[in-house]
Design a protein around this ligand. Structure first.
Ligand code: SF4
Ligand code: SF4
Length: 98
């Protein structure tokens, strides 16, 4: 199968790298990625118990009790903005088949 590709305005082909995972163990819930995403892919959710396993709750402030999630992953256009602004390197990307 062919990979999903796009073209720049100048006609050069490029391969979008779609957001496929956010490392909830690194995420501090700062919301920077949410602000720059042009497609409403992201949403803050409660930090689940599995992500609290190695963490002392008293070490977290209110923001850090939340963690970013890929709510609408299928709407991602692979622009990469989220990862560029993330201070913790939470994002993983991959190309996708058409
Ligand atoms: S790659 Fe772009 S569209 Fe996809 S989640 Fe990140 S900011 Fe949103
Ligand atoms: S920018 Fe990074 S650390 Fe901040 S909410 Fe997004 S994924 Fe989490």
């Amino acid at each position: 199968m062919a990979m999903i590709t796009g073209r720049t305005r100048g006609g050069v082909e490029w391969t979008p790298q779609f957001a496929v995972a956010i490392d909830g163990r690194k995420c501090i819930g700062c919301g920077r990625c949410y602000k720059v995403c042009p497609r409403e892919v992201l949403d803050l959710v409660e930090r689940g118990e599995e992500l609290m396993a190695d963490i002392d709750e008293d070490d977290l402030d209110d923001d850090q009790m939340m963690v970013m999630s890929l709510k609408n992953a299928a709407d991602c256009i692979g622009c990469g903005s989220c990862g560029r602004v993330c201070p913790k390197g939470c994002y993983s990307y991959a190309s996708a088949e058409a």
